[in-house]
Design a protein around this ligand. Structure first.
Ligand code: AMP
Length: 283
């Protein structure tokens, strides 16, 4: 496995790999890797000839400077974890290696998919995310890019950006990896106390509860029951039933509709997100 910091090094290597007719799998990350990230990398390794992982804490997707400052940076440990599953790690030290001399962000028209849920509570986040992913795709030139469904809205927007930009690549979504308790793995979990981690498992419990009872209850009454489970444990920012393709609010459950149940909330001042997607088989 090779670790490089410069854009031109990556460009040289991936050109050589492509010239050999090999397929390139790409996993963009911000580091502080855990089993969730590794599941993407392992999938890339199983699917593609050559695997590139980027580790870059992208400044343009943080709407709060303190979050950017305290984002964990653990490159040595990350490389140890990646060894054996990945061929090339791109770890730009300077922003110009990704953005060029000046950071200029494009405005994408995501037709409202970017201004709700995460987009509403983290203004500018998706603009920064889409721009950095676009820049990284230009550098890495992957055949397949792997994204976690834990960030389902991000996955939808990356697919849209790929369409808009006309990239010739496939975006694959990989299911969320969880702790035994059900808590979705996240770099942010490290900031929770042991007790906090236990309490946080109520998030997945609640999402599963909703899936189980969605066939029997109205959206409003299911939502009130879910909020009652979370009350006193987690400060809920949103808990929303949305159409999984359009993100349109679901007013009434319908058979065969793919539902995206999305959650964000705070515990011990740590912002946690999670979601599940499910279809009602019988109403
Ligand atoms: P991040 O470093 O947080 O930007 O995440 C990099 C990639 O890993 C994104 O595509 C995330 O959706 C994905 N990811 C993060 N946590 C998990 C998880 N628990 N399971 C699966 N994928 C994840």
């Amino acid at each position: 496995m090779k670790l490089v910091h410069l854009k031109r090094e990556v460009e040289g290597i991936v050109k050589h790999i492509r010239d050999q007719g090999k397929t390139i799998g790409f996993v963009p990350t911000m580091g502080a890797l855990h089993e969730g990230h590794l599941s993407l990398v392992k999938k890339a390794n199983a699917t593609c000839d050559y695997v590139v992982v980027s580790i870059y804490v992208n400044p343009t997707q943080f709407n709060v400077q303190a979050d950017l400052d305290k984002y964990p940076r653990t490159i040595e440990r990350d490389c140890e974890l990646l060894n054996g599953f990945c061929d090339l790690v791109f770890n730009p030290i300077q922003n110009c290696e990704v953005y060029g001399e000046k950071i200029i962000l494009k405005d994408y028209n995501f037709e409202g998919l970017d201004t709700q849920l995460e987009g509403e509570f983290r203004p500018g986040h998706f603009k920064g995310m889409a721009n950095v992913v676009c820049k990284l795709f230009e550098i890495v030139q992957p055949h397949i890019a792997f994204f976690g469904l834990k960030d389902y809205q991000q996955y939808l927007l990356v697919k849209k950006m790929v369409e808009v930009e006309g990239f010739n690549l496939e975006v694959k979504g990989i299911e969320t990896i969880r702790e035994a308790s059900g808590l979705a793995m996240s770099s942010r979990n490290e900031r929770l106390s042991l007790k906090g981690k236990e309490v946080a498992s109520v998030i997945h419990y609640t999402l599963q509860f909703c899936e189980k009872y969605a066939s029997f209850l109205t959206v409003d009454s299911l939502k009130s029951k879910a909020m009652a489970i979370l009350e006193g444990l987690i400060e809920v920012e949103y808990l929303e039933f949305r159409d999984a393709e359009t993100l349109v609010k679901i007013e009434e459950f319908k058979e065969n509709q793919l539902i995206f149940l999305s959650f964000a909330g705070y515990l011990e001042e740590v912002r946690l997100i999670d979601n599940i997607r499910f279809t009602l088989t019988s109403v």
